[in-house]
Design a protein. Structure first.
Length: 174
């Protein structure tokens, strides 16, 4: 019914079941969930519903992260960006080490944006700031909007609506 490909892996849907196939069409795994898609490094995001029911499987079908998240995005060989939907409908974000199960960043952020130029933009208490790839806050949350760093600079919006460009130390350069 549908098919998608990621490197040498194929995820196919037939009769409301999801299958992992190799390029010859040999079935390597049958997913026990309604939806499955390939993530980085040979992992698979699986779910039946979005409401805190998303999990992560390894290439053998072993559950790496329990199906208790609202979103999962594999960042690298051991870290995943995760989100959970709260009872009030808000979404909180954090970072977990999916190999050990350890929490790297607690789920207290309103948003964590993908890494760009060695920095992650994050939102906390309604304001954006930046952290480095070691998840150390470099620029405290103080901006109403924040865009990705590019070549050492990022556009941000201040409370008064003014857009400025900052460097990686938070200095206004324009």
């Amino acid at each position: 019914d549908s098919i998608s490909m990621d490197n040498d892996r194929i995820i196919a849907e037939k009769d409301e079941k999801r299958y992992l196939l190799d390029r010859t069409g040999t079935i390597l795994m049958v997913f026990a969930t309604k939806y499955a898609y390939a993530a980085k490094n040979g992992y698979f995001v699986v779910y039946d519903t979005y409401d805190n029911g998303i999990g992560l499987l390894d290439s053998q079908g072993n559950e790496i992260l329990l199906r208790e998240y609202y979103k999962i995005r594999v960042l690298n060989e051991h870290l995943a960006h995760v989100a959970r939907k709260e009872e009030d409908g808000s979404v909180v974000y954090g970072i977990v080490d999916y190999l050990t199960g350890d929490t790297v960043l607690p789920m207290v952020y309103q948003e964590i944006v993908s890494e760009a130029d060695g920095m992650y933009a994050f939102q906390q208490l309604g304001y954006y700031g930046y952290m480095d790839t070691a998840f150390k806050t470099v620029i405290s949350p103080q901006y109403t909007k924040a865009k990705d760093f590019n070549h050492g600079y990022a556009p941000v919006q201040k409370d008064n609506g003014e857009w400025i460009i900052i460097d990686k130390e938070g200095n206004c350069v324009y």
